[in-house]
Design a protein around this ligand. Structure first.
Ligand SMILES: [Zn+2]
Ligand SMILES: [Zn+2]
Ligand SMILES: [Zn+2]
Length: 224
């Protein structure tokens, strides 16, 4: 997921990056040397367990091993103001997971009532718990996905027909086949997916089906 690199420019940036050795603009001076923007970005996203036992973001380098801030002396703001987690921050001091959570709540909450339909709660939970919150944000920020979720939020009842009324899109297909009210029970789930999604299905989803399908849905996003 790293950005494609620009060509090096040894004339403009004669001192190479301490980490990758390439000639790019130095954006930070850390104890192990000047680091370029690419390595800076990567450092913020490096997670693991430091030699000292600290688990979290390991932006530093000690003996060529990723190290925590305390061990490496690297100064970096990676403390989420909202949940307190040590993580890459997205905006206004909040981590990607917190921002994604707010976006999901916002999209799935009916603006008139100010509350979320019970049927949507498991979906919201599944979307918020996506492992790669930054990929989740990219996915959810697509116009058709945003529109789809907004429509769900104001649908008076969440049934298979609700999905049918939504504009045709791959998002609908995915949500419909993987999600909530479209399959009355787990055994029909695969069948419903195969036999076309437009035929109304009778029966209400059980809470179990709802949450497991929502989790599958989120898994699909994670995989995609
Ligand atoms: Zn570098
Ligand atoms: Zn450490
Ligand atoms: Zn957070």
């Amino acid at each position: 997921m790293s950005r494609p690199r620009k060509a090096e420019d040894p004339i403009r940036w004669p001192v190479p990056c301490a980490r990758c050795g390439q000639h790019h603009q130095t954006v930070a001076r850390w104890p192990d040397g000047g680091v370029c923007g690419y390595c800076y970005q990567q450092a913020k996203r490096t997670r693991g367990t430091c030699a000292c036992g600290h688990e979290g973001v390991l932006p530093g380098m000690v003996d060529d091993q990723p190290a925590c801030r305390r061990c490496s002396g690297v100064r970096l703001n990676i403390d989420c103001e909202s949940c307190g987690a040590e993580d890459e921050l997205h905006s206004r001091g909040r981590c990607w997971t917190c921002v994604l959570g707010n976006v999901v709540d916002d999209l799935l909450t009916d603006p008139v009532t100010g509350s979320m339909a019970n049927e949507l709660v498991p979906l919201a939970a599944a979307l918020k718990s996506m492992k790669r919150a930054n990929s989740g944000m990219t996915w959810i920020r697509q116009k058709h996905v945003t529109a789809f979720l907004r429509n769900l939020a104001v649908a008076p009842t969440i049934t298979h027909e609700t999905f049918d009324q939504l504009p045709d899109s791959r998002t609908r297909e995915v949500a419909c086949s993987r999600n909530m009210a479209c399959s009355p029970d787990a055994t029909n789930f695969e069948g419903a997916t195969r036999t076309g999604l437009r035929k109304p299905l009778n029966g209400q989803p059980t809470p179990k089906t709802v949450s497991s399908s929502a989790a599958t849905f989120a898994g699909t996003i994670n995989a995609g």
